[in-house]
Design a protein. Structure first.
Length: 155
């Protein structure tokens, strides 16, 4: 969920790579975007319920959500969206709260990043359930993406 993105030389604002951005653990907002990487949508990423749900169905739902988002941006004469660092932090907190309600913290599982020596021990997935995850996606749409994202018009 993390290694492939860290291995690629994808660079966000200021030339920061995912490897640098995720040095203390993978950080996303809703498992779809990371702060500092505008217009970069990550499907079935860390912070999503992908390993606990059916990734193909989740991927379809995420792509449909992104499609509606892009249409909304176009309709509103915008062309750039970026998750905020605060949203990323809040989502990380929700992921940690949800995994704490399971038995995973009692294990040395890859779900907590423990398959890689020295890797930060953090929940790599959203353990709050698909129903709750869908609700977060819906709330972002109903809020016109204004609470957790920076929206702008680039030249």
């Amino acid at each position: 969920m993390v290694g492939s993105l860290k291995a690629m030389d994808v660079r966000g604002r200021g030339g920061v790579t995912f490897k640098e951005h995720w040095e203390g653990g993978a950080r996303t907002h809703m498992g779809l975007m990371s702060a500092g990487f505008p217009n970069l949508f990550i499907i079935n990423a860390a912070g999503s319920p992908a390993p606990l749900f059916q990734p193909i169905i989740l991927g379809q739902e995420q792509v449909e959500w992104v499609g509606r988002l892009i249409k909304w941006l176009d309709t509103n004469d915008l062309n750039c969206i970026e998750a905020t660092a605060d949203a990323e932090d809040r989502w990380g907190g929700l992921c940690e709260e949800a995994v704490a309600e399971t038995l995973f913290p009692l294990t040395e599982s890859w779900y907590l990043g423990q398959n890689v020596p020295g890797k930060a021990r953090t929940g790599l997935a959203y353990f709050g359930g698909m129903v709750n995850y869908r609700q977060y996606l819906t709330e972002a749409e109903l809020d016109n993406y204004s609470s957790d994202f920076v929206l702008s018009k680039l030249p």
